[in-house]
Design a protein around this ligand. Structure first.
Ligand code: C5P
Length: 234
C-alpha cells in the first residue's frame, strides 16, 4: 500500500518548502495541483523529484486529443509518477494522453501512471443532470467513466472512497482508485461534502488516499501525517 499522498495546496514554493522542512529528509508522496504549479512551474516539480519524493501532478487535463497528447509528453519529461485527465474528454483523448506520456518517458522508460477524474466530487447529482444533461444517477455516471478510462488503457481513477468498492467490482483487479475527501474522525469536513477516515477508505478498497488540510493545517503536521499513516496502514 502506498503512503498517504499529501496535497501540497500552497500558493508558493516558499510556503510549500516551509511545510516540507518539518519532515527533514523524509521521502514523501506529494500532490502538486494547479495553484502551486501555475505559480512556480516545472522547476519546483523537478526539485521535488530531485529530493526523491513521489509526485502526483494533479492538473486534470481536458482538451482536444492532440493538445493533451503533446502536453502529456512535456509532463512525462518532468519524471513525475502520477498525472490525470478528465474522463469527460473522451476515450480518444485518454488514449492520446497515454501516447503522449509514453513518448515523453522513452528515455527514462518509466511512464507516469495516468488516472481519470470521473465526476468532480463538488458536482451534485442535480447539477450533473441539469447542467451536463446526463439523465442517470451520479454513481452510474462515475462507473461509466471509470469503465471508459479502463477501456482507454488508463491505470485508474480519482474518486470518492464511497464509490471505490463499486468501481473495483466493475474494473480489473489492479485498477487504481485514488481517493481524496479524507478526514480524521474529529476533524471538520471543510468544504468536502462526503468524507471518510483513512481506515474507512482502506476498508472501502481505496488504492491510495490524498490528504490536504488535515495535515497541512494541523498544529503539528508531522504528527498529523503519522496519525493518518498509522490509520491507513492499521
Ligand atoms: O484539504 P483536502 O484534504 O480536502 O484536500 C483534498 C485534495 O484533493 C485537494 O487538493 C483537492 O483539490 C483534491 N481533490 C478533491 N476531490 C477531487 C479531486 C481532487 O478533493 N475529486
Amino acid at each position: 500500500m502506498t503512503d498517504p499522498i499529501i496535497a501540497l495546496d500552497f500558493p508558493s514554493a516558499h510556503e510549500a518548502e516551509a511545510f516540507l522542512s518539518r519532515f527533514q529528509n523524509q521521502k514523501l508522496a506529494l500532490k502538486v495541483g494547479m495553484e502551486l504549479f501555475y505559480a512556480e512551474g516545472p522547476e519546483f516539480v523537478l526539485r521535488l523529484k530531485e529530493q526523491g519524493h513521489f509526485v502526483f501532478l494533479d492538473l486534470k487535463l481536458h482538451d482536444i486529443p492532440n493538445t493533451v497528447e503533446r502536453a502529456m509528453t512535456s509532463l512525462a519529461r518532468l519524471g513525475v509518477d502520477l498525472v490525470n485527465v478528465h474522463a469527460a474528454g473522451g476515450k480518444k483523448m485518454m488514449e492520446a494522453a497515454l501516447r503522449g506520456l509514453e513518448a515523453g518517458s522513452k528515455t527514462s522508460g518509466m511512464r507516469p501512471k495516468l488516472i481519470a477524474v470521473t465526476q468532480l466530487t463538488s458536482t451534485s447529482e442535480a447539477e450533473m443532470q441539469q447542467e451536463q444533461l446526463i439523465p442517470v444517477p451520479l454513481e452510474e455516471s462515475v462507473l461509466h467513466y471509470s469503465k471508459l478510462a479502463e477501456q482507454a488503457g488508463l491505470d485508474g481513477v480519482v474518486c470518492s472512497s464511497l464509490e471505490a468498492s463499486a468501481i473495483k467490482q466493475h474494473t480489473r483487479a489492479d485498477f487504481l482508485c485514488v481517493t481524496p475527501g479524507i478526514r480524521m474522525s474529529a476533524d471538520s469536513s471543510d468544504d468536502q461534502k462526503r468524507v471518510v477516515t483513512p481506515r474507512e477508505a482502506r476498508d472501502r478498497k481505496a488504492s491510495a488516499i490524498v490528504v490536504g488540510r488535515p495535515i497541512t493545517r494541523a498544529e503539528n503536521p508531522k504528527e498529523a501525517y503519522e496519525e493518518v499513516t498509522k490509520e491507513w496502514n492499521k
